[in-house]
Ligand binder design. Structure first.
Ligand code: FES
Length: 133
């Protein structure tokens, strides 16, 4: 198993398989990801994920653009580690979620692992609205 992005949770999982780990959810074979755009997944609880691959590394971000809340980022064109929202052109770094152009809201990112050619995402914590914190 190879930690596959910078958002790895940092735990030493070298000797553990992610396949039966309840903290991770199977998403897709790596080979099924498009090269230039992303792929959309909806997790239990309605969390929408946009997966992207760059040179064999996989990155997961929330699919909802923080600008006007359109669920469309997986359709954004990718250039290196930057995706552009197809609605109004905000640009985001898929490694950090940082907005690079258009605004200052960040995308949520998620730890992803690839094992034996399959992609797994760490089960996200439920989103808690700011007003409930
Ligand atoms: S909804 Fe994404 S830039 Fe406006």
């Amino acid at each position: 198993m190879t930690p596959n992005n910078e958002q790895s949770n940092g735990h030493d999982r070298e000797n553990q398989s992610v396949v039966n780990n309840p903290d991770y959810i199977y998403l897709s074979p790596l080979a099924s990801l498009p090269k230039r755009f992303g792929k959309r997944f909806e997790l239990d609880g309605g969390v929408e994920i946009a997966l992207f691959q760059v040179d064999g590394n996989v990155y997961a971000v929330n699919n909802v653009c923080p600008h006007q809340k359109f669920s469309i980022l997986y359709e954004g064109e990718r250039e290196e580690h930057t995706i552009t929202c197809p609605m109004h052109g905000w640009k985001f770094d898929i490694r950090s979620g940082k907005c690079l152009e258009g605004g200052n809201a960040e995308l949520r990112t998620y730890p992803v692992l690839v094992e034996e050619g399959n992609i797994y995402i760490k089960r996200p914590e439920p989103d808690v609205p700011k007003w409930m914190e």
